[in-house]
Design a protein around this ligand. Structure first.
Ligand code: NAD
Length: 295
C-alpha cells in the first residue's frame, strides 16, 4: 500500500496526513480550504482539484471530516467518491460521527466491493502531530490488518472495538466522559481560585491526588498553568467547543435509542450548548473554563 488519498486537512487531518508523508507514503490530498491544501503541499503532498480527483488510482482513502453529514456527502450518492474507487480499495473514515451513518456508508461501500473501517481517534492535536494517536476501529479484522501500517504511521495504540460502527460507539463513550471531565476540572479549579488558591498549585495537588484526570494533567483548561495547550494561547486551535457539543449530542442520541441513563452527559451537553450559543463554538473545548470565570 503506497498511494493514499487524504480528505479533510483541518486541525487533526493536517498533521495526520503530514505524518503519513514522513513515513514514506505518497499522498494526494483534498480540502475545501485552500490554505489547508497549501500547508500540506509544502510537506510534499499532491493537491487535487476535487475529492474524486484525489482518490483516482489510490490504494486507500482516509477521511477526517467534521460530522456524519460531511462524511455522507463525501462518500455517497452519484457525486460521492465510492463510485470512483476500484473494488478492493480500502476506505478508512477517522472522523467522529454517528454510528448509523458509519454503518450505512460502510454497507454502501461493501456493495461496491470496498472494505471500510470506522476509525475515530483520540489524543487531540498534540497526538496527531506527534503521531501518537489512539485508533478505535470498527469493521472487519482483515481490513484492520491491511490498514495497520497507516495507523502505525499516525498513532501508537490500535483497538478493534467490534463490527461496523463499534469504533464510533466506543469513541462517543470516551468523548462523553471527556466532556464531563473537562467541565468538572474547570469547575474545581474555579472554586479553588475563588477561594484564593493558585490554579497551578491546585492543579499540581489534584494531579497527585484522587481528582487526577487527562483534562487536568495533559490539557489543563486554566490559562498559563500549562505551556503548549490551547488554554495558554487564548483557546485557539485544538478541539473546537462546537465539535465537543456535536459529540455530546451523539452520546445523547445513542442514549435515547437504548434508554440509557446519562444525567452527567446531559449536564455536560447543556453547558457546552450554552457556551456554543454564546458564540464560543470555534474556541477549544477547554474554554468551557471561561464560563466559570477563567480569564
Ligand atoms: P477541523 O474543522 O479543524 O477540520 C475539518 C476539515 O474538513 C476542514 O479543514 C474543512 O475544510 C474540511 N472539510 C469539510 N468538508 C469537506 C469536504 N466536503 N471535502 C474536503 N474537506 C472538507 O476539524 P478537526 O478538529 O480536524 O476534527 C475532524 C474530526 O476529528 C471531527 O469529527 C472531530 O470530532 C474529530 N476529532 C477531533 C479532535 C481534535 O482534537 N481536534 C480529536 C479527536 C477527534
Amino acid at each position: 500500500m503506497k498511494r493514499i488519498a487524504f480528505i479533510g486537512l483541518g486541525n487533526m487531518g493536517g498533521p495526520m496526513a503530514a505524518n503519513l508523508i514522513k513515513k514514506g507514503f505518497e499522498l494526494c490530498v483534498f480540502d475545501l480550504s485552500s490554505e489547508a491544501m497549501e500547508r500540506l503541499a509544502q510537506t510534499g503532498a499532491h493537491p487535487a482539484a476535487s475529492a474524486r480527483e484525489a482518490v483516482a488510482g489510490c490504494d486507500a482513502v482516509v477521511s477526517m471530516l467534521p460530522t456524519g453529514r460531511h462524511v455522507d456527502a463525501l462518500y455517497c450518492g452519484s457525486e460521492g467518491v465510492l463510485t470512483a474507487l476500484t473494488a478492493g480499495t480500502l476506505v478508512i473514515d477517522c472522523s467522529t460521527i454517528d454510528t448509523a451513518t458509519a454503518r450505512r456508508v460502510a454497507s454502501e461501500a461493501a456493495a461496491l466491493g470496498l472494505p471500510m473501517l470506522d476509525a475515530p481517534v483520540s489524543g487531540g492535536t498534540g497526538g496527531a502531530t506527534a503521531g501518537t494517536l489512539t485508533f478505535i476501529v470498527g469493521g472487519e479484522r482483515e481490513a484492520l490488518e491491511r490498514a495497520r501500517p497507516l495507523f502505525e504511521a499516525m498513532g501508537s495504540n490500535i483497538f478493534h472495538a467490534g463490527g461496523h460502527g463499534a469504533g464510533q460507539m466506543a469513541k462517543i463513550c470516551n468523548n462523553m466522559l471527556l466532556g464531563i471531565l473537562m467541565a468538572g476540572t474547570a469547575e474545581a479549579l474555579a472554586l479553588g481560585v475563588k477561594n484564593g488558591l493558585d490554579p497551578g498549585v491546585l492543579s499540581e495537588i489534584m494531579a497527585r491526588s484522587s481528582g487526577r484526570n487527562w483534562a487536568l494533567e495533559l490539557y489543563n483548561p486554566w490559562p498559563a498553568v500549562m505551556p503548549g495547550v490551547p488554554a495558554s494561547r487564548g483557546y485557539q486551535g485544538g478541539f473546537m467547543s462546537a465539535l465537543m457539543l456535536k459529540d455530546l449530542g451523539l452520546a445523547e442520541e445513542a442514549a435515547n435509542l437504548c434508554e440509557a441513563n446519562i444525567p452527567m452527559g446531559r449536564q455536560a451537553t447543556a453547558l457546552y450548548r450554552a457556551h456554543v450559543d454564546d458564540g464560543q463554538g470555534p474556541l477549544d473545548f477547554s474554554s468551557i473554563a471561561r464560563r466559570y470565570g477563567a480569564p
